[in-house]
Unconditional design. Structure first.
Length: 229
C-alpha cells in the first residue's frame, strides 16, 4: 500500500488530463480496470464535462532572476485549472494571484479553479511574507482545450444482481491522504474482492470528485435500482 502511494504521489492529477490517465495506468498494475473517456461538452445530468487541462510548466521569477516558485518542485504550487499566462507584474499585482495559509505558514496550500477561468500560484505564507517589491516574471504553460474526462472501473460480478459501489477520487495531485491513500486502499480492496467469493456485485470506480461522480451516475442510470450500498 505504501509503495503504491509513493508511486502515485508525484503525479500531476486534476479532474481531467494526462496525470489522471497515468494514475489509472499504474492502478491497472494492481487491479484490472476498464478505462472510460467522456468527451468535453458531454451533458451529465445538469452539469457538463469541462475542457481538459494539462500543465506543462509553471513558475515565478523574482526581480533578481531567481526562480522562487516552480511547479516542477511541487505540483501544488500552481492553482489547478489555471489559464495560461506569461508576463511581468509588480509585487502588488502578483499578490492578487497568490494563495497561502497564515495559520500554517510553512505549508503549500492546495487551490483549484475548475469552473471559473483564473490563474494563480500557491506558496508557503512565510515565503510569501518575505517577497520584496519589484517586477516578477510569471509563466503558466498549460493547455485548456476540448478533451475528455477519464475514469476507471472494476466490475466484480457476484451471485446476485445487487451492487455495492466503492468510489474513490483521482483528482488531487501530491496529497498523500487525499487522494493517494484512498486510491491505494481501494485498489488493494478490489484485488482482494476479485479473489473472494461474492454474493453482491462490487463496482470499484476510480474517478475525479463531483464531476466524475455525476458523470458516472449519468452514464449508469440503468444500474441505480440495483445499488444497495
Amino acid at each position: 500500500l505504501h509503495d503504491l502511494v509513493r508511486d502515485l504521489y508525484p503525479l500531476g492529477r486534476s479532474i481531467t488530463g494526462n496525470g489522471v490517465r497515468e494514475t489509472l495506468a499504474r492502478l491497472r498494475n494492481v487491479v484490472p480496470l476498464a478505462i472510460h473517456e467522456v468527451p468535453s461538452g458531454t451533458p451529465v445530468l445538469d452539469w457538463e464535462v469541462p475542457p481538459e487541462w494539462n500543465l506543462r510548466s509553471a513558475w515565478i521569477e523574482a526581480p533578481d532572476g531567481r526562480r522562487i516558485v516552480d511547479a516542477a518542485a511541487s505540483n501544488l504550487h500552481v492553482v489547478g485549472y489555471s489559464t495560461p499566462v506569461s508576463g511581468e507584474l509588480s509585487l502588488d499585482g502578483l499578490q492578487a494571484h497568490l494563495h497561502s495559509d497564515p495559520a500554517r505558514p510553512d505549508v503549500i496550500p492546495y487551490r483549484t479553479s475548475y469552473y471559473a477561468p483564473a490563474w494563480g500560484f500557491c506558496l508557503a505564507d512565510r515565503q510569501r511574507a518575505a517577497l520584496q517589491p519589484g517586477r516578477y516574471r510569471v509563466l503558466i504553460d498549460a493547455v485548456l482545450a476540448p478533451g475528455s474526462l477519464s475514469y476507471g472501473e472494476a466490475l466484480l460480478p457476484g451471485t446476485t444482481a445487487d451492487e455495492f459501489v466503492i468510489y474513490t477520487h483521482t483528482c488531487h495531485p501530491s496529497l498523500a491522504n487525499d487522494n493517494a491513500s484512498g486510491m491505494a486502499v481501494c485498489a488493494f480492496l478490489a484485488r482482494w474482492l476479485a479473489s473472494a467469493p461474492r454474493c453482491l456485485t462490487y463496482r470499484v470506480v476510480f474517478g475525479p470528485g463531483t464531476i466524475g461522480s455525476i458523470t458516472w451516475l449519468a452514464r449508469n442510470r440503468e444500474a441505480l435500482p440495483r445499488i444497495v450500498g
